[in-house]
Design a protein around this ligand. Sequence first.
Ligand code: HEM
Length: 347
Amino acid sequence: MNFFISASLAFFVLSIYTAHYIVELHKTTKDSAERDFVSKTSLYVSIEEEEDVSYSPLQHDYYRDSCPSAERIIRKALKEIYKARPSIAPSLIRLLFHDCFIETSSEKEAPPNLSLKGLDVIAFIKSELENTCPGVVSCADTLALATKEAVSLAGGPKYSLRIGRKDSLVTFKDIAQRELPSPHATLSEILARFASRGFSPQETVSLLGAHSIGITHCTFFQDRLYNFSGTGKPDPELNTGFLQELKSKCPFSASASSPSPFNNEGGYLNFGSRYYRRLLQNKGVMFSDQQLMASEETETWVRAYASDPLLFQRDFIKSMVKLSSYHVLTGPLGQVRTNCSKVLPLN
Ligand code: HEM
C-alpha cells in the first residue's frame, strides 16, 4: 500500500472521530414514512427519453474499451468510504455544484477550502483508477460518477449519467465564492445566478433540495438568530421554535469555529422532500433557503416537492444531470489529469 493510500485511509478513520465544529442543517429527525415510500417504489429514474443529448458528445459506455471497470472501481471505493464517513455524500454533492458552477479561469490552485470537503476523496478514487487504467478516466468524470453514487448512498435516487468529460486546463478553480450565491442572497439574486447558467426557477428549486442533507456552520445563518439586517433582532420570518433550537446550537457568543453538536443519526438518510416541508413551516436554515418561499412561482414548486417525493426525485436528478454536464469539455478541448489538482503541461 503506498503512502498516499495509507495517508488517505488514516484520514478517513480520523475524520470519524474528529470533533465537528458544525451544526447540522435540518435533517436530524428521521422521516421514515417518506423513506419507506420512496424505497418501496425502488426508484430508478431514467430520463433518457427526455434528455436532450444533441448538445452533448458524452456517452454511457465511454470507457467500455479503455477502462471497463471504471464505474465499478468508483462505486466500490465510495461505498467503503461512505461506511466510515457518511458525511462524504453531501460533501461531494456540494463539490460538484461548486465545480460546475464556478466559471472563473483563475490560475490559482483551489485552496483546501475549509467549507469545501471531498477533494481528498476524489484524489483517492482517482489514484485507484490510475492503478488500473493510467491516464484514462478524467477527474471531471470521477467527480460526476462519485457524486451520482453519493446521491444514491444518501438515500436519493439512482440515475444514469453520460460520461467522457475531459478536465479543464485550469485546476479546481479559485473557489473565491464570488460566483456562488451567498447564503444571504435574495430570491432574485439566486434566480439570476442560476438563470445565467441556464437553470429555470423550477430547476433551481429542485437543486436546492440537496440541502436536505449535510451540515451548515453557524456563521452562515447566525445573523438570522441575533441581528437580522442590523436590527439587533432575529429574522421575523424564522419559526419561533426553530429559532430557539438553532440558538441553542449556535449561542450568541459562539464564533464561527465554536464547537456545536453534530448529530449524525439518520442525518444522511433524509434526502428528499423534508427540506421543502420545513420551508413551508419557516424552518429554512439559511436565509437563501427560506427565500424559495418568496415568490409565487418558487413557492408552487416548494409545495409540489413537499407533497410529492417522487416528483422531487425525478426533477432533482434531471437538474443534477444538467449540472453535471454544464460547460463540459470533451475531446481536445480538455485533458485527462493524472493528479486532479495539477494541470498537465501543454505540449
Ligand atoms: C442559493 C444557492 C446556494 C447557497 C447560497 C448555498 C450555500 C451553502 C452553504 C453556506 C452551505 C454550508 C457550508 C458549510 O457550512 O460548510 C451549504 C452546504 C451544502 N450545499 Fe449549498 N448552497 C446553494 C446551492 C446548492 C446546490 C445547488 C447544491 C447541490 C446541488 C448544494 C449542495 C449543498 C450540500 C450537499 C451542502 C452540505 C455540505 C456538507 O455537509 O458537507 N448547495 N450550501
